[in-house]
Design a protein around this ligand. Structure first.
Ligand SMILES: [Zn+2]
Length: 228
């Protein structure tokens, strides 16, 4: 994503390379009297989810957390000191491209062993030949372990006490996934400040990105939303 969503190139939508999302959305808004002049904010779904979870979800009231989705892809957003991290071009929080398996599977980004290549629904299907719904207990345990590995590293890096995890793969795998992820976090996050970092299920379920889009729109106007 370019800053402000002027152009987006999501890895999972091959036809969108430098797609001018913001301009297209503005053109749609301008076509109708009711929406003409409406202000538009564009951000990625995982960062929006982080705002939504902080507003009315599992991270409500927290000032430091990671929120992430494990679904078709793996994405995330980080709130630090009460603010959603943006970074140079607005792309902070891409936990899907933290390396969890050296020399692992080739990722769509070009690197090897990224969390997204190993633990996303797409990655699991490519590795096992079956959709995540058919995953064996071993695959569920491994997916949780790899997610925990990435989360533990991020907790060490950024001093985070909690990670909120949602997405169809994580929530579909359920308790076994979350237990495996927590066990690995406990192995990886061992510094005095990061020890005890918790993995928790997303509070907003599959509506989280949409609630997050509302939070993005309201950001800074309604108390309780981490400022983006
Ligand atoms: Zn990658």
């Amino acid at each position: 994503m370019r800053a402000g969503g002027e152009a987006v190139s999501p890895l999972n939508i091959g036809a969108w390379r430098e797609f001018p999302l913001r301009a297209r959305l503005l053109a749609q808004l301008e076509r109708h009297d009711a929406t003409r002049g409406v202000r538009l904010r564009v951000d990625n779904d995982a960062k929006a989810l982080a705002l939504g979870e902080g507003w009315v979800g599992a991270a409500k009231g927290r000032r430091n957390y990671l929120a992430m989705v494990v679904s078709t892809g793996v994405g995330g957003g980080i709130v630090l000191d009460g603010r959603l991290l943006g970074g140079e071009s607005g792309n902070a929080g891409h936990i899907g491209h933290v390396i969890v398996e050296p020399h692992g599977r080739l990722c769509a980004c070009g690197a090897r062993g990224c969390l997204e290549a190993e633990a996303s629904g797409t990655g699991i299907a490519a590795a096992t030949g079956a959709q995540p719904e058919m995953a064996s207990p071993e695959v569920i345990e491994r997916t949780g372990r790899l997610v925990g590995r990435a989360v533990g590293s991020v907790a060490n890096l950024l001093d985070l006490p909690v990670a909120i995890v949602g997405g169809s793969v994580a929530l579909g795998f359920g308790v076994a996934f979350f237990l495996a992820a927590q066990r690995e976090v406990d192995q990886v996050a061992r510094l005095e400040f990061s020890r005890g970092c918790r993995i928790e299920a997303a509070g907003l379920g599959e509506t989280a990105p949409l609630v997050g889009a509302a939070a993005l729109g309201w950001g800074g106007l309604v108390s309780g939303i981490p400022v983006s």
